[in-house]
Design a protein around this ligand. Structure first.
Ligand code: ADP
Ligand code: MG
Length: 262
C-alpha cells in the first residue's frame, strides 16, 4: 500500500470550557489516499465542518484539539492555501466584497508560488477559464457582487486551487445554490480534481452527491465516525444501521445506479 496523503488518528475536538463544552469530534481515525476522493457525510451538527477545519488548520481558538493529523507523504508541515485548498459553503464568506476577482484569484499564486504580478494575473486568467467564467478578462477587474451565486462559487474554487494544492476541501459547496447550478459545480469539481490530480474531501449531507463524486465515504454521527469504506461497498453493504437508515431515507432522490446498488 502506498502512503496515504492524510492520516487522522484519535482526533478529538472540543469547543469551549469544561462546564459548557461541546464535543464536536471524538476519537476519529481516518485516512485519505493520495488522489483519493473522500465524502464526509452526516446530518447537521455531526462534526463535518469541524473535521474539515481541523484538517485545514482553520479551527477557531476556542477549539481544543487532541490526537494527530499527519501527512505521511510530505516531508514538511502542510501550508494552508498552498497544500490545502478550501471552499466554503457560502462563496460570500470566502470572497472579499471590496477586492477585485483578479486580486483574489491571483493572491494564492502570488503568495505561495512566488509569481510576479504579471505572471499571477496570467494564472488568474487561466484559472477563471478553467472554472468557465464567461469573459475572464473582464472578470479580473470586476467585484464579487457582479456575479451570480453559482459564478461566485466557481470563482472561490478558482482561488482555492490557485497554488496547486494537494487536496481540495469543499464544505457543502453546493448547498447554498439552486439545483441546476449545483449540478454544474459538481461537474466542475469532478473535472478539476481529475485534471489536477488533487485529492478531494467533500463535506455533504447529500448521499447522492457523495456517491456520484467520491470513491470513499465516511459517515459521521454526533462527532463519531460511524463507518467508512469504498463508495460501492458502503452503499451496497452498509455495516451500520445508521448508514442503512441514511441510504434508505435518500433512496427516492438518488440515481438508478444507487438504487440498484442498494
Ligand atoms: P456539521 O458541519 O456536521 O453541521 P459542526 O462541525 O459545524 O457540524 O458542529 C459540530 C458541533 O460543534 C455542533 O454541536 C456545533 O454546534 C458545535 N460547534 C461548531 N462550531 C462551534 C464553535 N465555534 N463553538 C462552539 N460550538 C461549536
Ligand atoms: Mg457544517
Amino acid at each position: 500500500m502506498s502512503k496515504p496523503l492524510l492520516q487522522v488518528r484519535d482526533l478529538s475536538v472540543v469547543y469551549g470550557r469544561r462546564n459548557a463544552a461541546t464535543h464536536a469530534l471524538s476519537t476519529v481515525d481516518l485516512d485519505v489516499a493520495v488522489g483519493g476522493r473522500l465524502a464526509v457525510i452526516g446530518e447537521s451538527g455531526s462534526g463535518k465542518t469541524t473535521l474539515a477545519l481541523a484538517l485545514a488548520r482553520l479551527l477557531p481558538p476556542e477549539a481544543v484539539v487532541e490526537g494527530s493529523i499527519a501527512w505521511p507523504g510530505l516531508d514538511r508541515s502542510p501550508v494552508g492555501g498552498r497544500d490545502i485548498g478550501y471552499v466554503f459553503q457560502d462563496p460570500g464568506s470566502s470572497l472579499n466584497p471590496v477586492l477585485t476577482i483578479g486580486e483574489q484569484v491571483s493572491e494564492g499564486a502570488r503568495r505561495h508560488l512566488g509569481l510576479s504580478r504579471g505572471a499571477a494575473k496570467k494564472r488568474a486568467l487561466e484559472l477563471l477559464e478553467r472554472v468557465r467564467i464567461p469573459d475572464p478578462e473582464a472578470a479580473l477587474r470586476a467585484y464579487p457582487h457582479q456575479f451570480s451565486g453559482g459564478q461566485r462559487q466557481r470563482i472561490a474554487i478558482a482561488a482555492a486551487i490557485a497554488a496547486n494544492p494537494l487536496v481540495l476541501i469543499a464544505d457543502e459547496p453546493t448547498s447554498a445554490l439552486d439545483m441546476v447550478v449545483q449540478a454544474g459545480i459538481v461537474r466542475l469539481l469532478d473535472r478539476l480534481v481529475r485534471d489536477e490530480g488533487m485529492s478531494l474531501i467533500l463535506i455533504t449531507h447529500d448521499i447522492a452527491l457523495a456517491s456520484g463524486l467520491a470513491d470513499a465515504i465516511a459517515v459521521f454521527r454526533d462527532g463519531r465516525l460511524v463507518e467508512t469504506g469504498p463508495t460501492p461497498q458502503l452503499l451496497s453493504r452498509p455495516a451500520n444501521a445508521y448508514t442503512r437508515m441514511l441510504i434508505n431515507s435518500h433512496i427516492d432522490f438518488t440515481s438508478p445506479r444507487l438504487i440498484e446498488a442498494g
